[in-house]
Design a protein around this ligand. Structure first.
Ligand code: SF4
Length: 402
């Protein structure tokens, strides 16, 4: 179990952030905000893919006016992303957004920050202080010699002081860096200096798979230390991928309940009796379309498969041209290899409807015994091949130069 560090709880619309609330997933639209229909379509898609909160740029007057139409029709809380112009933050608040993100690196005048903070307090809207290593204030860069963790933290704390002086306490903070160790260090330092909730992210992580790896490395490291209340994967990809990746990460860490498929699959090896990659790809596509919240194992051989994947709700393993369908490690049905995926999907549906006990009770007890015998035969055959005494003797002779 992860012991999470204490932070204050705030609300972004109907989503609670910090103070032990479930870690939330954020993403950001890539459409022009003024294109209300396209932006709303993306917001709905992001919500469906696992985003709890969506950020939308508010970069000009047309975008601010678009927000006024988007916010009331959105299925999830909307945060307006503000750079440079504090007037656009005021306009976004007028449009009814659930949160603001301000970049201390480019809204610099204290009077402007205070004006926005007071307007946010009046509406009960939180502000994220979004520090980014790539847009740090020049004075801080000079003082610290570059975008080092201490400089990022100093930037955040300076902005927080201004917001707090204006009466705002509903604050969350991010100190994003594109260099993973610097990102991790920045958040560690920050978490020792504040109890405001933290928004985690590796900025400009790039396209998958590297972008996903960088994000997971940084975000998961911190979450496992109990640091972080909301997360965003910043990928150069369809934002739906960001939302899915964020949600999956939280599920894998046990920080959010599983809502969809959890696929376990063996990496394949010389024992495989089937093309595991092809089988897994087809099964994953079919099972994801079913949307069942179950754990499914797909194993390349019956010798090790059912045993290694006994914790899975359901699974299938190949052996001698057949598929061995198992539930909690017990083989319940044997089907021709060509019908493996179909049988797996059908049994998964029935398992979700009827439960494990009922499906195990419906199985023929002999099936598990016969499958165990076949696995033992295969193990024997493969073991015999490995224990080829004649060959071993010859290998020793060659090694000795005889
Ligand atoms: S389940 Fe079988 S095929 Fe897959 S990795 Fe294990 S031994 Fe190899």
């Amino acid at each position: 179990m992860i012991e999470r560090r204490h932070t204050h709880r705030i609300r972004v619309g109907n989503v609670e952030v910090g103070g032990g609330a479930p870690v939330s997933v954020q993403s950001m639209t890539t459409t022009k905000t003024a294109d209300v229909d396209a932006t709303l379509a993306q917001v709905y898609a992001l919500g469906g893919a696992g985003a709890d909160i969506v950020r939308i740029t508010c970069n000009d007057v047309a975008a601010a006016s678009g927000l006024a139409e988007i916010v009331p029709r959105s299925p999830v809380p909307i945060i307006a992303d503000i750079h440079f112009q504090h007037r656009l933050a005021l306009a976004a608040l007028e449009a009814g957004v659930d949160g603001l993100r301000l970049n201390p690196g480019n809204i610099r005048k204290p009077a402007h920050i205070e004006e926005v903070a007071r307007a946010a307090v009046e509406r009960g809207v939180p502000i994220r202080v979004g520090v980014n290593a790539g847009s740090l204030d020049k004075d801080l860069l000079d003082r610290f010699g570059g975008p080092v963790p201490d400089a990022l933290v100093e930037s955040a704390l300076g902005e927080i002081r201004l917001l707090e002086d204006a009466g705002l306490s509903d604050i969350k903070i991010s100190v994003k860096h594109s260099h993973v160790p610097s990102m991790v260090e920045s958040y560690r330092l920050l978490s020792e200096r504040t109890e405001h909730p933290l928004h985690l992210g590796v900025t400009e992580a790039g396209p998958p798979p590297d972008g996903v790896m960088k994000s997971v490395a940084g975000i998961a490291t911190l979450l496992l230390e109990g640091i972080g209340d909301t997360i965003r994967f910043s990928l150069t990809a369809d934002p739906i991928e960001e939302a899915k990746a964020g949600r999956r990460l939280l599920e894998q860490l046990g920080l959010r309940e599983r809502t969809g498929l959890d696929l376990i699959a063996c990496p394949s090896c010389g024992r495989a009796e089937v093309d595991v990659v092809e089988l897994v790809t087809e099964a994953r596509d079919r099972l994801e379309a079913e949307g069942l919240p179950i754990q499914v194992a797909i194993m390349g051989c019956v010798v090790n498969g059912p045993g290694e994947a006994r914790e899975a709700d359901i699974g299938i393993a190949a052996g001698r041209g057949k598929g061995h369908l198992f539930i909690k490690g017990q083989v319940v049905r044997v089907v021709p290899e060509a019908e493996m995926v179909e049988a797996l999907v059908e049994e998964a549906r029935r398992l979700a409807d009827e439960g494990v006990e009922a499906r195990l009770a419906a199985a023929d007890a002999d099936t598990d015994r016969l499958a165990a015998e076949m696995a033992a035969d295969l193990r024997q055959e493969q073991g015999d091949a490995n224990r080829n005494e004649e060959r071993k003797a010859r290998v020793v002779e060659v090694a000795r130069g005889e």
